[in-house]
Design a binder for this molecule. Structure first.
Ligand SMILES: [Zn+2]
Ligand SMILES: [Zn+2]
Length: 266
C-alpha cells in the first residue's frame, strides 16, 4: 500500500511555515483502488496536483468525524460527480462509498437537502445517486479481497479511528483524539500509526487532542512499530525536534513528523 499525506495541519494556518500544512486528508492506494481518509478544505486541488482524477477517485472515503477541517471538500466532490467530465452535461458519475461515524446519513441529508441554498443538490441533481453512506462505530468496516478496514471510537466529538490491514502490513489513522486507550487495542502492533499530535507540550494542550507525552504513552501501550505525527497546530512549528526527543525518551517506537505530500510504502 502506498500512503500519501495530503494535508497535515489543523484548522489554523501558519503564515510563518516555509511549507504550508493544509487540512486533514490521507490518500491510500492499493493496486488500482484509491481510498481517502478525511477530506479537509483544499483536498481536491491537492489530489489533482497528484494527478488523481477526482471524477473517478477516490473509490472510498472514510471520515473520522465531521469537523470542518476534516470534511469540507466532500461537498464539491459530491457535486462534481454529477457531471460528465468531457461534455459537462449532467449525468450520474461514479458513486462514492462513504464510511463515517453515527450521524453520517443525517449530515449528508442536512448538507444537500436541508440547507436551503444548497438543496438543488436534491432537486436538480440527486446526491443520493452518487453517495452510498455507511455509518460505523466499532469493529469491522469493510472487507475486500486484499485489504480490510476496522475502526474504534475515540474521544473527540464521537469520532472514530481506522485501521487498514493489507498483505500482512497495517496502517492506523487516529483522526483527532483526546487521550483514549481504545486506540491502543485497535492499533496493537501496527506497522505505522498516523497519530495526531496537535500541541507541542502539556502546558499548551487544549481541547480533545494530544501532546507528545500522551502520544508516547499510547504508542507504548499499543506496541506500535512506528508513528507519524500529524494534525499539527502552528504552535508546533519550530519545536519538532524536541517533540520527537520527548517521545523517544518514553518509548522505543520509531517517530517521524508528517508533512503535506509525504509518501510511504508498506
Ligand atoms: Zn481537526
Ligand atoms: Zn476535530
Amino acid at each position: 500500500m502506498r500512503i500519501t499525506f495530503v494535508g497535515t495541519g489543523s484548522i489554523i494556518p501558519n503564515p510563518k511555515a516555509i511549507h504550508l500544512r493544509s487540512y486533514s486528508s490521507i490518500l491510500i492506494e492499493i493496486g488500482s483502488e484509491k481510498m481517502l481518509f478525511d477530506i479537509g478544505p483544499g483536498t481536491l486541488h491537492k489530489l489533482h496536483t497528484l494527478k488523481i482524477n477526482t471524477q473517478i477517485y477516490p473509490d472510498y472515503l472514510f471520515l473520522t468525524h465531521y469537523h470542518i477541517d476534516h470534511t469540507l471538500d466532500y461537498i464539491p466532490l459530491v457535486k462534481s460527480r454529477h457531471f460528465n467530465q468531457k461534455t459537462c452535461d449532467v449525468g450520474i458519475g461514479k458513486p462514492l462509498m462513504v464510511f463515517g461515524p453515527i450521524g453520517l446519513k443525517r449530515w449528508n441529508k442536512d448538507i444537500f437537502q436541508n440547507i436551503s441554498k444548497w438543496n438543488y443538490m436534491s432537486k436538480e441533481l440527486d446526491y443520493r445517486k452518487v453517495t452510498n453512506c455507511f455509518e460505523v462505530s466499532n469493529g469491522n468496516v469493510l472487507t475486500k479481497k486484499n485489504w480490510k478496514i476496522t475502526c474504534c471510537p475515540v474521544d473527540h466529538d464521537d469520532g472514530i479511528a481506522f485501521r487498514l490491514d493489507s498483505n500482512g502490513k497495517s496502517f492506523v489513522y487516529t483522526g483527532d483524539m483526546g487521550y483514549d486507550e481504545r486506540i491502543c487495542k485497535l492499533g496493537k502492533n501496527a506497522d505505522v500509526v498516523a497519530i495526531e499530535c496537535s500541541f507541542p507540550d502539556k502546558k499548551s494542550l487544549k481541547g480533545k487532542h494530544l501532546e507528545p507525552e500522551l502520544v508516547a504513552n499510547i504508542a507504548k501501550i499499543g506496541n506500535f512499530k512506528s508513528i507519524i505525527l500529524t494534525h499539527l497546530y502552528p504552535i508546533v512549528y519550530g519545536k519538532e525536534k524536541s517533540i520527537i526527543k520527548t517521545i523517544q525518551k518514553l518509548t522505543d517506537c520509531k517517530v517521524s513528523i508528517a508533512h503535506d505530500f509525504k509518501t510511504i510504502t508498506l
